[in-house]
Design a protein around this ligand. Structure first.
Ligand code: SAM
Length: 284
């Protein structure tokens, strides 16, 4: 059996056995690999970095979608930047939103995800409330006249085409599209390996939106197992409403969740990503 080694950090790597290679190609923007692993099922890799697996993608997608939408409570228009696999779109559409606009750079990621990971989007692309735009997300937010209640940045890491989605100017453009009481959510990598990156992203978001707070999701696929996500909005309290409010909103959700619950929502903000590097240690 062959193996796949993810090389995301300089001093640490994870290796997956490859039972079958299902697809390998170069799109206009990135290298794509889809393979099968006995534990994780099908695995999607972009530019050598694991994006998602069949076994645990629901944890990531539920947390990046339901935390901002539940915190908002009345979102009608939602923007997803990236997220070409459709997993976040599927979760967003469980809410009574009027429209969810997904702006993905790479049309091939959408096509390959629909082909090899049909369960991840599970029909979301065909929902009449979904609008899919194949375009650079940074250009879209700079140029569109549309406004949104929730913006979810479901990007790759800040390397390659995803890099600009972590910049201050991109966040400022998102702020212009955000309606009053709007909330933004994004992924910020593994805080154990990138504590500085998470701090920098939070500071940038706080300066742009008013308040920002990280929350954690345990996703075994990502090296170190703990993924940092960040929610930003007008106030910290708005990001983490009381349990009673979350429970009321949760009852109205169409379709089940496997990981997200009001209890998990509140706990995720309590789990502090306290992974300071050792004194004198080098970057991972
Ligand atoms: N849920 C997974 C995760 O945890 O990383 C997957 C995220 S999804 C596959 C990331 C998507 O962001 C990719 O399909 C990539 O093509 C897209 N992307 C990267 N840069 C982008 C940009 N500038 N504008 C729009 N989409 C972008």
């Amino acid at each position: 059996m062959k193996s796949f080694q993810e090389k995301l950090y300089q001093h640490h790597a994870q290796i997956f056995t490859v039972e079958t290679v299902l697809h390998q190609s170069r799109t206009e923007f990135q290298d794509v690999l889809v393979f099968e692993n006995p534990i994780f099922g099908r695995v999607l890799v972009l530019d050598g970095i694991i994006q998602l697996t069949e076994r645990d993608n629901h944890i990531y997608h539920e947390m990046i979608a339901h935390v901002p939408l539940m915190a908002h409570g009345q979102a009608q228009r939602v923007l997803i930047i990236g997220g070409g696999d459709g997993g976040t779109l599927k979760e967003v559409l469980k809410h009574p939103v009027h429209q969810a606009v997904l702006v993905e750079l790479d049309k091939d990621v959408i096509a390959l995800s629909r082909r090899f990971f049909p369960g991840v989007s599970d029909g979301a692309f065909d929902d009449p409330r979904a609008e899919v735009i194949v375009r650079d997300g940074a250009r879209y937010v700079a140029e569109t006249g549309q406004t949104f209640d929730v913006i979810i940045i479901d990007s790759t890491d800040p390397i390659g085409p995803g890099e600009q989605l972590f910049s201050e100017s991109f966040y400022r453009d998102c702020r212009k599209l955000l309606r009053p009481r709007g909330i933004v959510a994004l992924q910020s990598g593994a805080p154990f390996f990138q504590p500085g990156e998470l701090q920098a992203v939070c500071a940038r978001l706080e300066a742009t939106f008013g308040a920002a707070r990280p929350f954690l999701a345990p996703v075994p696929t990502y090296a170190a197992g703990m993924l940092a996500l960040v929610a930003a909005g007008e106030s910290l309290a708005a990001l983490r409403p009381p349990m009673k409010t979350l429970r009321q909103r949760f009852k109205a959700l169409r379709g089940k969740t496997r990981y997200y619950s009001p209890e998990v929502h509140r706990a995720a903000f309590t789990l502090a990503p306290s992974f300071a590097p050792l004194p004198g240690s080098r970057t991972p």
